[in-house]
Design a binder for this molecule. Sequence first.
Ligand SMILES: Cc1ncc(COP(=O)(O)O)c(C=O)c1O
Length: 465
Amino acid sequence: MSLETSRNISLEELDKQVLLHPVTSIAEHQANGPLIFNRAGGVRMYDNTGKSYIDGAAALWCVNVGYGRKRLSEVAKEEMDKIGFYHTFGAASNEPAILLADKLVQLLHDHAGCDHIGKIFFGLSGSDANDTQFKLARYYNNLRGKPNKKKIISRIGGYHGTSAAAGSLTGIPVYHKAFDLPFDGVLHTSCPNYWKFGELNESEEEFTSRMLKDLEDLILKEGPDTIAGFIAEPIMGTGGVIVPTREYYHRVQSLLKKHDILFMVDEVINGFGRLGSWFGSGFYGIKPDLMSFAKGLTSAYFPMSAVGVADHIWQVLADGTPEVGMFAHGFTYSGHPVGAAVGLANIEIMEEENLIKNAAEVGAYLKQSLIERLGDHPNIGEIRGEGLMIGIEYAAEKGSKEAPNMSPPAHKQVAIAAQERGLLTRALPFLQVNNFSPPLTFTKSDADESIDIFAESVEKVFGKG
Ligand SMILES: Cc1ncc(COP(=O)(O)O)c(C=O)c1O
């Protein structure tokens, strides 16, 4: 416990008095107080009592290059000393923003087969990137003379942020409750989690066909001329690390094409190496019309997001200038020179240290080791994921797909037990799933240490099984 001397109360107490925490139970915060971190390095966090934790989650799936990178702080200082800040409205620009946009376009061309994406719009968060997509879908169809083509389909369990539009796209009820969300015109289709929602004796292929039928039925019911876009995280994160088949996305893509519906892809977690490939779109071999990035773009050392815009969309925007005038969307901090400089250095680190390959190798080891250690436990339903994005879903008993009926819920109890033992994992808000999404620098020995703690935590909550 550290003391805030001017007020003569602890920092913990002061936190309770002055902070409204995001995505936090106010009642639990007031009862238990905060967990205050004050130091980090590599894959480890330290709280203000000096206790150390392996960060099995890379904060919120985002500190891809790990903690304490001096090179990033040096680059940030250099750029702050040089400019500090100037905006990019009205065609003002700066070198790091230009170079980062170019780098991102090159990565998409070289590593995701997305050579149709040629323009980058910068923002500051995953939510605002998805808001930008939301508005671009409307803008595009207005300029194309299709003012009725405005609805956007997302998926149950999808997470796209919490701002008003992105929060509407999110398909998890707790983020809508009491906020009067989702907006009209946002629709949600089925969640492609085969383990959880597959029916008795339904093969994965049949399940995929059912998911496609649900989507097409929704499109036809609403009228294809009213649907502007479909948004998806290639592998869903917050919804429980859900890994559809390649066939699912290829069929979704042709369905959208058939009905002239934009494929809006949310790479906020998947992008920048988490899956052991550079981007989720490359992993699945899909070609989105719009793409959102954030988190790994700067490894969260600076708040920064980006939207990739396909050339055919940009052309419609450009041709529309005489009619609508300027493109009247953007944020004060769009293209922030400090964030862009950090983003460039962050990508250099990923390339120099081969972190994408490491994510693939250590991710495969981590998943296999978790399966060997816990796969037969009666309360572990499924261990799934790709690269360093792994989810563990709990079951009431062997063979059941029901979640355990416990209070607090099982995955929350496991997360608390793991935290006590020095491992950070999150209890996700849609299904009873804990996630492993550590920095991409994770080693096999970090994996072994984490699995020991995790297995002990599962046993503490459920017994040996
Ligand atoms: C897939 C996805 N999209 C969007 C967001 C929202 O990002 P932010 O919290 O930066 O607004 C998140 C955040 O976790 C995310 O996981």
